[in-house]
Write a protein that binds this ligand. Sequence first.
Ligand SMILES: *Cc1c(COP(=O)(O)O)cnc(C)c1O
Length: 361
Amino acid sequence: MSRAYNFSAGPSMLPESVLKKAAAEMLDYEQSGQSVMEMSHRSKVYDGIIKGTENLLREIMEIPDNYRVLFLQGGASSQFAMVPMNLMTKSGKADYILSGQFSTKAYQEAQMYGDVLAVASSKDENFSRIPAWDESKFRADADYFHICLNNTIYGTAFGKLPDTGDVPLVADISSCILSKPIDVSKFGLLYAGAQKNMAPAGLTIVIVREDLLGTPMEKTPSMFNYKLLSDNESMYNTPPCYSIYVCKLVLEWIKDEIGGLEKMAERNMKKASVLYDFLDSSSLFKGCAETASRSIMNVTFVTGSDELDSKFCKEAEAAGFVNLKGHRSVGGMRASIYNAMPPEGIDKLVAFMKEFEKENA
Ligand SMILES: *Cc1c(COP(=O)(O)O)cnc(C)c1O
């Protein structure tokens, strides 16, 4: 068996030890005589899995006690509507920073529900950097302020956070959750689709400050009502049971094998700098994101020639480096180097790029 180095933006690689453990437990989970795929979500054994996952997530992310953790479905994209439906209920206003395609989608979705303002945007520069913002433009009576912390498609990430005062900061952290420590107390709400850095697709995590749970807009579907979902401990209906279980294995991997989020961050920073250092010194390849806005999870780069870009992707794939083709809106290449990408995957990719550079100079 040979496993590829998979640079997919999501769904993406999972740690090999996690896949092995899931395989070993496939037919009989902890002497229950059942696979986790088969068991009732109301069973005692499953209760241990979902509670264990929440406890581990709280411990690893240091989530304060006044925050609830929800295990939902519908992807990060459902949160584009759920956030306004639940939070845009006082002034009916919300401010957004547009730093890429997902934050733009979130902004457009929110427009259906109230008075939504884009306070900053880097669209004119094809989102190659995090836009500068002017805090005097932020509306003090907004119900929340939305950002996307890591822009998966463009390979950019926020360094510092906007100061929103008393307005709750809401962040899409789909492609950077668990990549490094994050001060949860600075946010009113965090959400993430799990398929980038946590688990297989199907699970969406919401971390929300208790005081923001209240009465959603009229006619909000029950399945979109944070308060109802929270009161039912994410069991209003059947949760994505198997994805939650794999998420627990991933959290155990972070805690026991990596040693927590500080260590995870160190490892990720090292991995990213190997690739960026090469891009900065290369005569053929060039990074797309502005240096100060670079993401440590998604690295976008080009050769400057569409022809060479596709030749590179093709040859890389044949050599076992798969899913390097960039998003259609940026072109070129994108290496998504999430937590599960081992450091040697990057070392080998850079060696391959050097070889390609020599042959195509
Ligand atoms: C992948 C991604 C999304 C979309 O997630 P779905 O779970 O497919 O809805 C949204 N935001 C960011 C930042 C992403 O990386």
